[in-house]
Design a protein around this ligand. Structure first.
Ligand code: GYE
Length: 334
């Protein structure tokens, strides 16, 4: 994703955006004035959709933080469709917002619309998910998690889960992937595979892997099919909690015990994931923090003011085993 080279070009990208911001300020009479004469920032935000508990928490965080910061937020939900995000971004360009932020549903196919934003001198901040682009100057920064690392952490925590369960013999893994082409699906799979290739070439095998589109319904349906084709699966790695929760229903319907007959590791750490973990049905969760709103608003303010920001503003997160679930549950914020 973001290489060191990209990181080093940040200063250039930000300088460019700063320049853009300076121009935008001169032309911009469209933002309303708040008391004290400082301009209210208008932020156009295109959300992926409402596919998961993580996403709902993220949306609430963005809306609350925008309100708290006193921004004029224009929000749209793309229902997991790239074309809807592209039209939302085009409409923000037409409305001459100050900054555009979006969480790209997939990584590719953004260059054209990002060039339009650049031509209109509107800086773009990515949040949650990254894009692949040939031109680093098309966005200023990414505020979000390191998904490859989350995949690695899932691999490492599976080692602990297997040890705790006293598992002997072959580890036959089913993988429920996130949305095809989305950064968290690509990178979580990559990080997990790194751990497998480095330390478990002989004992672990991914026997089936398919997308469940980050939804409960998807997880349920795909897991039912997995159990039909591969009844000997003994581990599930789900790219998010919602798919794991959907899969648990199919595992139980097949007469098996989730968390015992099939050990489960998932990613996110939403409340329902913690509930399933405290019931012994999920064995471990790698946290991915959705509460990006405050960091995003802070970044938008800096970008608008032409300040230098890092090319990738990473989120801090932790890992949780089943025996920590009950104690952690009351303090979970999403
Ligand atoms: O893990 C999943 C959501 O992009 C990190 O998207 C996000 C992912 C999250 O639908 O639950």
């Amino acid at each position: 994703m973001l290489s060191r080279r990209n990181f080093l070009t940040a200063a250039v990208g930000v300088a460019a955006a700063g320049g853009l911001t300076a121009c935008a300020k001169k032309d911009d009479n469209s933002s309303s004035s708040s008391s004290g004469g400082s301009k209210t920032i208008t932020l156009g935000f295109s959300q992926v959709g409402s596919e998961s508990g993580w996403r709902s928490a993220n949306t609430t965080s963005v809306k609350d933080a925008a309100k708290e910061a006193g921004y004029n937020l224009k929000f749209s939900d793309a229902q997991q469709k790239q074309e809807n995000q592209i039209s939302a971004i085009r409409s923000y360009i037409a409305q001459k917002v100050d900054v555009i932020a979006f969480s790209p549903v997939v990584v590719t196919g953004w260059d054209a619309v990002l060039k339009e934003a650049k031509a209109a001198k509107i800086p773009v901040v990515l949040t949650d998910r990254s894009v692949e682009t040939s031109d680093d100057s098309l966005y200023v920064t990414l505020v979000g998690s390191d998904f490859t690392d989350e995949g690695r952490r899932a691999g490492k925590i599976l080692e602990k889960v297997l040890e705790k369960a006293g598992h002997k013999g072959a580890v036959k893994i089913a993988q429920l992937e996130g949305t095809t082409g989305a950064a968290p699906a690509i990178e979580r799979a990559k990080g997990f595979k790194e751990v497998m290739d480095a330390d478990h070439k002989d004992d672990w095998k991914i026997v089936v892997s398919q997308t469940g589109d980050f939804t409960r319904a998807g997880g349920k349906q795909v897991m039912a099919a997995f159990l039909q084709s591969n009844p000997d699966i003994n581990v599930l790695f789900a790219h998010n909690d919602d798919m794991a929760i959907g899969a648990i229903q199919s595992i139980e319907a097949a007469g098996k015990k989730p968390g015992k007959d099939i050990l489960i590791v998932s990613i996110d750490g939403v409340k329902d994931g913690f509930v399933a973990m405290s019931e012994g049905k999920i064995n471990a969760i790698v946290e991915c923090n959705p509460l990006l709103g405050p960091q995003l608003m802070d970044t938008v303010k800096k970008v608008k003011a032409g300040e230098t920001v890092e090319r990738w503003i990473k989120t801090k997160e932790g890992d949780f085993m089943q025996d920590q679930a009950k104690a952690a549950l009351p303090s979970r914020k999403y």
